[in-house]
Design a protein around this ligand. Sequence first.
Ligand code: ADP
Ligand code: MG
Length: 270
Amino acid sequence: MSTLEKDIPQEKDAPRGGVPMVRARGVRKKFGHLEVLKGVDLDVDPGEVVVILGPSGSGKSTFLRCVNHLETIDGGSVHVDGELIGFSASGGKVRHLRKRDVTRQRREIGMVFQQFNLFPHLTVLQNVIEAPTGVRREPRAQARERARELLAKVGLADKADGYPRQLSGGQQQRVAIARALAMRPKLMLFDEPTSALDPELVGDVLETMKTLAEEGLTMIVVTHEIGFAREVADRVVFMDGGVVVESGRPADVLDNPSNERTKAFLSKVL
Ligand code: ADP
Ligand code: MG
């Protein structure tokens, strides 16, 4: 146990016999005076697919960004695979991890955004091998071979030598997924991956994500795609006002929500 970790209160309700992939406790985040996360609690087990639903501005993206070190937190704690990502000690003083630990942890968490952000001047294959050969120093030949496998998995084997601008939005997003997978993440975070796509392109991206889920990848997916939540998620979490309001099996949360805010939200999107 590191010196940082021993300051963390031990959780009595941690699952026995297995370390959760994500354990968030009381996560708080402020931007200036605006408190965006007001104590988020969430556990995600290895291999679990959790869909986060919630109205715009409820803090979904901010929460994902806290899990991935894109934001520091102002309170609470986040562990990924048993390792501390961020926490605040008693007295509200925030402490941070060493930079090289942060860098290593971030490599192990893949993230896919609404905007695909591919490198426009690189081919599809070059986009996918960029991080493994650069950051992970994988041999080029090995990275290329794996990139081709990943492109086949996302249904784009024939696009390896094309450029992003030659692809549809849905294809670009699938390249972005392959690029994230190339780092062999143990956790994948998806932040509204289909929200920027034309409706007819959404299905292929969701299908790709479903395949990953079936292969046992641990995923947190922020999406408004209720069909995906119903079919693929192990658990649906509803966030509102910076907290988790409701969490449960998809059928329970979607068809029989117990919270009024969940009901109101679902009545608008269903
Ligand atoms: P969601 O993803 O659920 O729509 P966000 O996490 O993006 O919500 O945002 C929650 C709130 O935090 C919003 O009010 C948003 O304007 C605010 N917010 C997010 N990022 C920042 C930032 N970098 N600076 C200031 N306010 C922010
Ligand atoms: Mg968002």
